[in-house]
Design a binder for this molecule. Structure first.
Ligand code: NDP
Length: 311
């Protein structure tokens, strides 16, 4: 059985930043990349808001650079997914791909979150083509300046993103599946009072239209059955995120949505030696730069934890 000082689970901005700091502190980190190596930025096109890249950078290229930097300090980056844990044992146990068992003095959880999608074939196809389907208005809204877009969802995120898009785009259709919002009243009023947001209540997307890029969407009113085609250039989905924390349930304190609860001003979880960073524990900011910041915190917390134990 292999034993490591610092095991990092996940390979997005949080995981790789933790790796750089942990490696430079001589914790000899081993990282398992998980199901989506590189995380959510791998399905993003241009990233224009990551500091240090004045002319922007493609999401996959940014992640390649994160990885290169972690490798430079000899992080042991491996393919594989953590499928089971026993975080009550000392040292902590983690199983990779249901087979390999590793013990670790510290575990840094950086498993991220996955955007939820509607699951339509046309939506997935155009998303994979980079053809104008996105789950992040703050990341991609800029590309639709002066154009017409649609956003699906009725929660606080959808309202916030619709409002953000309304400042850039000529028009924003908000597709709401019920006859009411889930969002707070303040957020709802904000979108209702924005002139270029048109709210389509009781509406569901039947199909995103376009062969290679988004050209429109077919919307069905689920009360009247009426079909309506809207012309748009961008299709945004804001129906929530799912933190990838299922395997930690029962060990780590999670909130009602499954996000890891960290202690104030730290990356510490309820279990000594287990730290969490990035979108697995952040449902508010969810930016690459904030994920990277908390990854740094997790590595520093792990280093201090080990130092206090005399390692
Ligand atoms: P929520 O789970 O709150 O909302 C998801 C929305 O998506 C709901 O309106 C839901 O509809 C809709 N939805 C879900 N599935 C589908 C589907 N298949 N088709 C169409 N619509 C669908 O997620 P959010 O990301 O908005 O928010 C997550 C948490 O973060 C919340 O607690 C929120 O309050 C918080 N937050 C707070 C902010 C702030 O305070 N500034 C900003 C952003 C988020 P339905 O209502 O019909 O179920």
């Amino acid at each position: 059985m292999e034993h490591v000082k610092c095991l990092i689970i996940g390979s997005g901005p949080a995981g790789f930043t933790a790796a750089v700091y942990a490696a430079r502190a001589d914790l000899k980190p081993v990282m398992y990349e998980g199901m989506e190596p590189g995380g959510q930025l791998m399905i993003t096109t241009e990233v224009e808001n990551f500091p240090g890249f004045p002319v922007g950078v493609q999401g996959p290229e940014l992640m390649a650079q994160f990885k290169e930097q972690a490798l430079r300090f000899k992080t042991d980056v491996r393919t594989g997914m953590a499928t089971k844990v026993d975080l009550h044992s000392i040292p902590k146990k983690v199983w990779i791909d249901d087979e390999k068992e590793i013990t670790a003095d510290t575990v840094i959880i950086a498993t991220g979150a996955s955007a939820k999608w509607l699951g339509l074939e046309s939506e997935m196809r155009l998303r994979n083509l980079g053809g104008g389907v996105s789950a992040c208005a703050v990341c991609d809204g800029f590309f639709y300046r002066g154009k017409e877009v649609a956003i699906v969802g009725a929660g606080d995120t959808a309202c916030e993103e619709a409002h953000y898009l309304s400042k850039l785009c000529a028009k924003v259709y908000m597709i709401v599946r019920r006859d009411q919002f889930r969002a707070s009243k303040a957020m709802k009023h904000r979108v209702e009072n924005t002139a270029n947001i048109e709210i389509l209540y009781s509406s569901e997307t039947q199909e995103v239209l376009g062969d290679h890029v988004v050209e429109g969407a077919l919307i069905k009113n689920n009360v009247t059955g009426e079909l309506r085609e809207i012309k748009i250039d961008g299709f945004f989905v804001a129906i929530g995120h799912q933190p990838n924390t299922k395997i930690f349930d029962g060990f780590i304190d999670l909130d009602e949505q499954g996000y890891i609860i960290t202690k104030p001003d730290s990356s510490k979880t309820n279990i000594d030696g287990v730290f969490a960073c990035g979108d697995a524990q952040d449902k508010i900011y969810r930016q690459a730069i904030t994920a990277a910041g908390t990854g740094c915190m997790a590595a520093l917390d792990a280093e201090r934890y080990l130092a206090a134990l005399g390692h």
